[in-house]
Design a protein around this ligand. Structure first.
Ligand SMILES: Cc1cc2nc3c(=O)[nH]c(=O)nc-3n(C[C@H](O)[C@H](O)[C@H](O)COP(=O)(O)O)c2cc1C
Length: 219
């Protein structure tokens, strides 16, 4: 079946796109508003988009009330945000932080999560989060009303000591982080404990092993 995206209802496009592009990493993004009030919310449309410089992007979709979500609002005002990664043990707490609480209610308190000071930016990190990236707004894009894709340069990264295998080489015990991913229908998730290993192919090795004839030309 083919889907003609432009003629579809926005929510149907949402189901199709977010029901197929899975699993997505999940972050709880912490920001401060202009009065210094803390905000926290989960985002799965986020990823690393560069390492030199180190850049992370977050796609903030329109708020159902037809306004920018607080996370984007705060980032545009303060130019700073912290991306806190979420292990399985914090799944329920993460879910609570997306509650549509009235303004002024601290989602982290509702989720019983603590904060710890950041090093390079003002918004704090989540103390229970094993990895936190402190970001400064680099640039943003917008493809429609009340939405924004923000790009932040990572100024400092926190990784809890127990997950660091080799500090000099910045090697982290990724499986031990027990991170999980967002799946379909805005309520399904997947664990990252079911893994398999695959080494990337190398042309010279393939020639040596006789898997390809280096003189043959593709049709
Ligand atoms: C796992 C999960 C992932 C989410 N990912 C996103 C996302 O990538 N973009 C987005 O706009 N909203 C996302 N949401 C919804 C926001 O968290 C929700 O709208 C929240 O209330 C926004 O809060 P804010 O206005 O404080 O930024 C996600 C929710 C959950 C539970």
């Amino acid at each position: 079946m083919q889907f003609d995206l432009p003629s579809m209802k926005p929510m149907d496009r949402y189901e199709l796109l977010l029901g197929t592009v899975v699993p997505r990493p999940i972050a709880i993004v912490t920001t401060l508003n202009s009065d210094g009030v803390l905000n926290a919310a989960p985002y799965s449309l986020f990823n690393v988009v560069g390492h030199d410089p180190p850049v992370i992007m977050i796609a903030v979709l329109p708020h159902p009330e037809g306004r920018l979500k607080d996370t984007a609002d705060n980032i545009f005002v303060t130019k700073e945000f912290v991306v806190n990664l979420v292990p399985e043990a914090l799944a329920e707490a993460m879910n609570i932080t997306c509650i549509d609480a009235p303004p002024g209610r601290n989602e982290l308190q509702l989720a019983k999560l603590e904060t710890a000071p950041s090093i390079a930016v003002k918004p704090p990190r989540i103390a229970e989060s094993p990895v936190a990236f402190e970001c400064r707004l680099l640039t943003s894009l917008s493809f429609g009303p009340h939405q924004a894709i923000v790009f932040g340069e990572v100024a400092n990264a926190y990784v809890a000591d127990r997950y660091v295998l080799d500090a000099e080489r910045a090697l982290v015990d990724t499986p031990k982080l027990e991170l999980f991913g967002a799946m379909h229908a805005a309520r399904w998730y997947s664990k990252t404990s079911d893994r398999f290993e695959m080494v990337r192919p190398n042309w010279a090795r393939w020639v040596k092993d006789g898997k390809v004839d280096e003189n043959e030309r593709s049709a």
